[in-house]
Design a protein around this ligand. Structure first.
Ligand code: FES
Length: 177
């Protein structure tokens, strides 16, 4: 990678970190945003992310390698990833999972026919004391209830609606705001 390209990537990562935060919990959202902008997370990018978040590069590399969705193009414009690890299981993850399946009309590992929503399982998101934890694109939701699922999906649908009214603007960028 050329020096100029490295500098641009570094600036981009700093901008993402400034938006999403420097906490340990920001690691996955930062990597997702990076993947979205650059289609891949390079070794150099992992090093910069580690420096910016004050983490060991091995930890960033481990997370990127562990989560398949950080290495693959996302399915659906809003991808819901619900943690299915033990602490979230105890906090009612199954009820949230059923609600997501009912409201979206798809099962885990599937996307809606219009490509707007995807539903996937995630392993522990590092928010075990605030479960059930749900990631929607780069946004994290904690202590999610079935009732909250309605609201989150409504928020996504409203985002699509707002963009649909803009003629010729069909691309929805990022998560919810
Ligand atoms: S068990 Fe769900 S966030 Fe850790």
């Amino acid at each position: 990678m050329l020096v100029g390209q490295q500098q641009r990537l570094q600036d981009d990562i700093r901008e993402i970190v400034a938006q999403l935060g420097r906490d340990r919990s920001a690691l996955i959202p930062v990597l997702q945003e990076l993947q979205k902008r650059h289609a891949t997370v390079s070794d150099f990018a992992m090093q910069v992310v580690a420096d910016e978040l004050g983490l060991h590069p091995a930890e960033v590399y481990g997370v990127t390698s562990f989560y398949a969705f950080l290495r693959q193009p996302a399915q659906g414009r809003f991808v819901f990833r619900l943690c299915r690890t033990l602490s979230c299981e105890f906090e009612g993850k199954s009820r949230v999972a059923r609600q997501l399946e009912n409201d979206l009309g798809i099962g885990f590992g599937q996307a809606t026919p219009d490509g707007r929503f995807g539903l996937e399982w995630a392993s522990c998101l590092g928010l075990c004391d605030q479960g059930p934890a749900l990631l929607v694109n780069e946004r994290v939701y904690t202590r999610v209830t079935p009732e909250r699922v309605h609201e989150i999906i409504d928020e996504c649908r409203r985002t699509f609606g707002a963009h649909a009214r803009q003629a010729g603007h069909s691309q929805v960028e990022g998560g919810l705001s």
